[in-house]
Design a protein around this ligand. Structure first.
Ligand code: ATP
Length: 187
């Protein structure tokens, strides 16, 4: 899965619409402490369906919305759009009719999040599955946070197993199995 661009608007410190262009090869983000580098990676995890506000370093999911500064009022919504290159038409059939797949998540105060794929409203689950099937996603070991390597080295074998399973491309199957188990329990 190849990401082309990340667009943030009203998300954390990115109050004005901001595009992070992801060209082929390495993309680096350089800046002083506290300038918003981690916010970019958080935006990427958030649009992929992250549902823990703690993982967003907040005390509620609405904390991702620009909270205002002495010179600018707070916003009422935040939106992140991730553009995925689908030039090789390898996306799942439902989204495979365009060269670029646009995944967006928007949060409004007191209204929660809405997700869209190519402009059509979908469930959080659909977005999470799209990424899990491509061996990535909000909790994917492919997205490495500060301090995570040290955590992995000292982690339990069960957690290390997730990395091997993702490399084997079976993460999507686990997500589906979990969903099926929940449905069975509810029946
Ligand atoms: P470090 O180098 O320490 O990892 P960083 O460059 O990655 O820092 P972040 O931690 O991503 O920076 O950015 C933190 C900045 O984002 C802080 O200035 C913080 O005030 C700002 N910020 C976080 N959430 C919000 C919000 N909801 N509204 C406005 N600003 C926010």
């Amino acid at each position: 899965m190849k990401f082309n661009r990340l667009r943030l608007s009203g998300f954390k410190s990115f109050v004005d619409p901001t595009d992070l262009i992801i060209e082929p090869g390495l993309t680096g983000v350089v800046g002083p402490n506290g300038c918003g580098k981690s916010n970019l990676l958080e935006a990427m995890r958030w649009v992929m369906g992250e549902n823990s506000f703690k993982n967003m370093r907040g005390s509620g999911m609405e904390d991702v919305i620009f909270a205002g500064t002495s010179g600018r009022p707070a916003r009422n919504h935040a939106e992140v759009v991730l553009y995925i290159d689908n030039g090789d038409r390898s996306a799942p059939a439902a989204y495979n009719d365009c060269d670029v797949i646009e995944v967006s998540r928007k949060i409004e105060r007191e209204q929660g999040s809405t997700y869209r794929i190519n402009g059509r409203e979908v469930r959080a689950r659909d977005v999470q599955l799209l990424f899990a099937d491509a061996s990535t996603g909000a909790h994917s070991p492919a997205l490495v946070r500060q301090g995570q390597i040290a955590q992995l080295i000292s982690s339990k074998p069960i957690n290390r197993r997730r990395i091997l399973e993702e490399a084997a491309g079976i993460t999507g199957l686990y997500t589906r199995r979990h969903e099926a188990e929940l449905r069975l329990k509810a029946a």
